[in-house]
Design a protein around this ligand. Structure first.
Ligand code: GDD
Ligand code: MG
Length: 344
């Protein structure tokens, strides 16, 4: 089977982190996010992955030019301008000849795609939408179903009290290829606002596949931090990290009088100095320098970050090439001093 991953936007809600990288490439346990999504598809027998790319496609295509071990054929389909979720899929129509998956490119999930496909076939659905429960549905698209799991209503980003359900669109669809004919070409069209409601209005069989598998949309700094933390605490079957693990790359050095509290992951070429305290969960990317007496807790540093002596960071994300001053005390911040650059 084939899958289309929607890798459209800059990731506005992840700013300022996305000033220097695109959302799909943000590091999760020191690997680009999109790699996990592709590996999950490959593990469920998807052999061809079409990346529907909008914003700064080179950041992704250049990365995969160097990565060959993914066991999937990657196709890049670049949009000259944003076409919306359904428009981006329509734009990839020439690669599609059978039932296919569509995935939002910012969702990490352990969903069993094989089981979802079986459900789709058993129901005779034209479209199956994966549904996941969330505490606060207001940031998502709520999907209401009847007792047979047929979709009866969509409420995108509901106001409090507007919806009776906490089952939301998980951003994973199985679609029959003839649905593509109904999407107008070359226009900005969304599945969520335009195509799915139209299919319901016409009585087409659209079903909701409920899953309790691990699921998170990592499109905000809080959710991104949460994803890294969850993976370190072993909440996903895709990552073999355990909460008692302290993994330091062999090419990094840790002063004997630094204190390490698990879970911790440190990439290559890092120097952790005297008196530093890493209070996990902490992820440190390649080439970071942590100076004497700094304390870092529940935080993520990308690459080539320096943390000044006696500084403290708590619940922070620091983008690549940033420097934190000596004795700075920072909590709950996403830090990136790089300026926004315009799309080339
Ligand atoms: N190629 C392409 N072109 N991709 C796009 C475009 C576009 O014009 N617009 C959005 N995307 C991609 C985004 O990059 C992201 O991977 C995915 O489509 C969803 O867009 P978001 O901007 O992250 O949407 P959201 O999180 O507010 O809401 C969507 O996802 C929720 C689940 O996480 C909706 O589908 C909700 O209904 C859903 O609950
Ligand atoms: Mg999202």
């Amino acid at each position: 089977m084939k899958a289309i991953i929607l890798v459209g936007g800059e990731g506005t809600r992840l700013r300022p982190l996305t000033y220097s990288t695109v959302k799909a490439m943000v590091p999760v346990l020191n690997k680009p996010f999109i790699e996990y999504v592709i590996r999950h598809l490959v593990n469920h027998n998807v052999k061809e992955v079409i990346l529907a790319l909008g914003y700064k496609p080179d950041a992704i295509t250049n990365h995969f030019a160097d990565v060959h071990q993914l066991d999937a054929r990657l196709v890049y389909n670049v949009e000259a301008r944003p076409l919306g979720t359904a428009g981006a899929v329509k734009n990839a129509e020439r690669y599609i000849d059978e039932t296919f998956f569509v995935l939002n490119g910012d969702v990490f999930t352990d969903i069993n795609l094989g089981d979802m496909l079986q459900f789709h076939k058993n129901k005779g659905a034209k479209v199956t939408i994966a549904l996941t429960p969330v505490e606060d549905p207001s940031r998502f698209g709520v999907v209401e179903t009847d007792s047979r799991k047929r979709v009866i209503r969509f409420i995108e980003k509901p106001k409090p009290g507007q919806s009776t359900s906490n089952m939301i669109n998980a951003g994973i669809y199985i679609i029959e290829s003839d649905i593509l004919r109904r999407i107008p070409a070359g226009r900005y069209i969304m599945f969520e606002h335009d195509i799915f409601p139209a299919l319901l209005a016409e009585g087409e069989p659209v079903f909701g596949y409920e899953t309790n598998a691990y699921w998170i949309d990592m499109g905000t700094p809080e959710q991104y931090l949460q994803l890294n933390r969850d993976l370190m605490f072993g909440k996903s079957t895709q990552v073999q990290f355990r909460e008692q693990d302290i993994c330091i790359d062999e090419q990094s050095s840790v002063h004997p009088e630094a204190k390490l509290t698990a879970p911790i992951l440190v990439g290559r070429d890092c120097i952790i100095s005297h008196g530093v305290w890493l209070k996990g969960p902490v992820v440190i990317g390649a080439g970071c320098r942590i100076h004497d007496g700094a304390i870092i807790s529940n935080s993520i540093l990308w690459q080539d970050v320096t943390i000044g002596a006696q500084a403290s960071l708590e619940d922070c994300i620091v983008a690549s090439n940033n420097h934190i001053e000596d004795k700075a005390h920072i909590a709950g911040a996403a830090i990136n001093k790089a300026r926004a650059t315009k799309q080339s």
